[in-house]
Design a protein around this ligand. Sequence first.
Ligand code: FES
Ligand SMILES: [Fe+2]
Length: 465
Amino acid sequence: MTDVENRPTPDETPVEMPRSAGVSVNEVLSREATYQNVPKSLLIESPELIEPGVVDVERYTSYDFHRKEVELVWRKVWQMACRLEHIPNVGDHVVYRIVDDSIIVVRISETEIRAYHNTCLHRGTELRPEDGSVPFFRCPFHAWTWNLDGTLISATSDWDLPDFNPDDFCLPEAKVGTWGGFVFINMDPDCVPFEDYVENLPELMAEFPLENRRIRTHVAGVIDANWKVTLEAFIEVYHVFATHPQIAPYQADEATQYDVWGDHVNRKITNGGIVSPHISAKSDDETIVQMMFADFFNVTDVDQVTVPEGKTARDVIAAKLRADFQERTGIDVSDASNTEMMDGIEFYLFPNFAPWVGVALPMVYRVRPNGDNPDSSIFEVMLLSPTDDPDDTTPPPEIQWIDGDWRVVEELGVLGPAYNQDMGNLPRVQRGLKASGNGKVRFLRYQEMRLRHFHRTLMKYIEAK
Ligand code: FES
Ligand SMILES: [Fe+2]
């Protein structure tokens, strides 16, 4: 592949990439690390020049390309299927659907989770129509029945099956991996082990133990756009100034740091409490703080809010966020750094999993195709709240499906209107791609580095022999 060939070898000096005006994330976090415990992995920068930055529109619009993705990507990769708290008890299961495939992810003992193709070995009936809890799997059509461990209990009228041997009728499995409170599955029997697939992600996220969180809100929407159009809109911050102009006074959008590693892992960090480099009239720290207190914390007498000598706007805003969080949850976050309290820190594991690891924005995005349709995708947001009780067994909420207006979910707060803005773009992107005059899409060098990285990996799978 051309873009791989063009990568600098370790002996070459990496090409310097121009960066936006304004203070960099690394400068902000390095300064704060002199007086706070900033998670170490956030002080690392790992940019890479990935060429070329032009891809064919047909990747987003062609049914043939979509089918290639089904065969060569979705049936080969590790993908996030659910959280552990979805299946706390033996028999609890989740039905994870990806295009036409359907996988039952089930707890079969206190320590073991299995995944089965959701299909009867008689004439193919789907064994489980939805999430739930069962003592065994019983097909509704002719009542063939399996144990949770996949062994056959009974095939009705087995005297009528030639050479019947129950050992020949174990449910075919998918592989299972767990990490950070999430369950991943892989349909490829020859796949790389989960521990290898995740590359350095566990190391990078070691200081963000997502197993100590629980889903409090789970929302999903069907988007009239290819899954990659949807995904790409949520892994770059380049669009924020044009699409979400209300955020510009409080967030250094264009100065976002982007990092890539290996094939499957990348990240972005966006500083809050710093004005966008796009805005030429710079606000002083006190103005930023007063605007944020008014807009985000509904404080009316903001004139009383000041930035003490030697402190920054970020120090004051983070202190307010810590106090509010502690009051709301009872969890002590007094040691949490500014960046954990207020920055947009989003990791990504190819292809469907994007966890945000801060305290203030504790989200996980999951994006996948919606059925066998390259023009439709499912976008999900799980809000994960930290818990200080390792035995917290609060059941996760039902998925709330959004019908056009994301503001109806109160827990999304300022994200609701922002998602409406995002989702307004996406069908329009899909229509525009189909009307393309040159058949090409172009990515920026730095700010869309994660999109370039994603496409390089996508094509490694598509072109794998
Ligand atoms: S199709 Fe399942 S038992 Fe017949
Ligand atoms: Fe957005």
